[in-house]
Ligand binder design. Structure first.
Ligand code: RFL
Ligand code: PHB
Length: 390
């Protein structure tokens, strides 16, 4: 089998890229190792920046997002018994964010692509990609119990952090820059209306906490916990007590409800450069990881594929490789900005187990500065609500 663009991975990056290409008449195939139900239920991101929403609208994939997504004009930061609201439209010239779960973005894209007859194969596990530096790269995959091959003009690795496409690049060609943090998040989903109207990011001597949501009926909450934490050590009452203790919210207690899931996620920053080798491109988590404190992972994945989708469409229509050749540099500028912002949010709001009192004072001073200076608040707001796409 041959296709113009072989896409490995049917997460948000692979699905949106295939949507853009399919609508522009560029032949492509998506190979996804998991089944449809798994991909549609995997709990992850919940916050979309303005340019992500714009990209989904342009791809004709925002009908439900526009009907059901919750538009948020701000977030609250809390520290040292105080709170400060960051007003996005006022500080960014009108930009906002949307609370709409990644699971729903994925469901919408899968449904649209299948309805349009696009080539999207589940339970198709890619084993290897060969010939990145030849004119015809080949994807080796297993589907329906059979080993198969797909030759392509271009291969795009949208296969996440543990993907296999990166291995198609010979050693020494790419460099990976990485930082692992000395804490994790315990994330829970609870059937209870959110106790706050907007997201709350709370710095506390007990550790960071984030109060988010999925809908007017469902809360999504996170607690900083030590690396290696077993969710079994966190019975429901302990979680609610700790969320109360860290919130610093006036009047105190959160409304409690049935906790429907608990998971622990480690925190890492990582960037692989360049994001291209020969005829193989990397996009989304396959190329870079951010800790979730800045809510940037999904948004960066979308930004990558918007740049790549446009470049592939330009090449197909005109034969020009100009945008394809610029892909890695164009994306890496935005990636490093988001890496810095995610690192800043993470290290400003979490308590490192080795942290001294001096460092805690620096964190408080930085948060005070954001509350006192419109410029400092605007810098945070612009990064959080997201820079315009290139
Ligand atoms: P994904 O979503 O990991 O998709 C990769 C897909 O590739 C498939 N795959 C393969 N398929 C075929 N053959 C192989 N050999 C394959 N190997 C892997 C996988 O099954 C999968 O379907 O990467 P993508 O598309 O780049 O999307 C990235 C986002 O998922 C990720 O950045 C975000 O979820 C990060 N993130 C957040 N990002 C935000 O922008 N805002 C947020 O609020 C936010 N919150 C979060 C997050 C991530 C979290 N976790 C669990 C990591 C909250 C959490 C808890
Ligand atoms: C979420 O709702 O899952 C979420 C929101 C903001 C973040 C991280 C996760 O920074």
């Amino acid at each position: 089998m041959h296709t113009t663009v072989g896409i490995v991975g049917g997460g948000p990056a692979g699905l949106l890229l295939s949507r853009m290409l399919h609508r522009a008449g560029v032949d492509c195939v998506v190979l996804e190792s998991r089944d449809r139900a798994y991909v549609e239920q995997r709990q992850r991101a919940g916050l979309l920046e303005q340019s992500t929403v714009d990209a989904l609208r342009e791809a004709g994939a925002a009908a439900r997002l526009d009907a059901e997504g919750l538009v948020h004009d701000g977030v609250e930061l809390r520290w040292d018994g105080r709170g400060h609201r960051i007003d996005f439209p006022a500080l960014t010239g009108g930009r906002k964010v949307w609370v709409y779960a990644q699971t729903e973005v994925v469901k919408d894209l899968v449904a649209l692509q299948l309805a349009d007859g696009a080539a999207l194969y589940f339970e198709a596990r890619v084993r290897a990609v060969e010939g990145a530096d030849t004119g015809r790269p080949v994807i080796h995959y297993t589907h329906d119990g059979q080993d198969k091959t797909l030759t392509c003009d271009y291969v795009v690795g949208c296969d996440g952090f543990h993907g296999v496409v990166r291995a198609a690049v010979p050693e020494g060609v790419q460099r990976t820059f990485e930082r692992v943090y000395p804490y994790s998040w315990l994330g829970i989903m609870a059937d209870v209306p959110p106790s706050c109207e907007e997201l709350v990011y709370a710095h506390s001597p007990r550790g960071f906490a984030l109060y988010s949501m999925r809908s007017p009926e469902v809360s999504r909450l996170y607690l900083q916990v030590p690396n290696g934490t077993d969710p079994a050590d966190w019975p429901d009452e302990r979680i609610w007590d700790e969320l109360d203790a860290r919130s610093g919210l006036p009047g105190g207690k959160l409304e409690r409800g049935r906790i429907t899931s608990k998971s622990v996620l480690p925190m890492r920053s990582s960037v692989t450069e360049p994001m291209r080798y020969g005829r193989v491109f990397l996009a989304g988590d396959a190329a870079h990881i951010v800790p979730p404190t800045g809510a940037k992972g999904l948004n960066l994945a979308v930004a990558d594929v918007v740049v790549l989708g446009r470049a592939l469409i330009q090449w197909r229509r005109t034969g020009s490789k100009e945008q394809l050749d610029a892909y890695s540099d164009t994306c890496l500028r935005r990636v490093w900005r988001a890496e810095h912002f995610s690192y800043f949010m993470t290290t400003t709001l979490h308590t490192d187990p080795e942290q001294s009192g001096f460092e805690t004072r620096l964190q408080i001073s930085q948060l005070d500065r954001i509350a006192e200076s419109k410029h400092a608040a605007a810098e945070l707001a612009m990064n959080y609500a997201g820079l315009p796409l290139p």
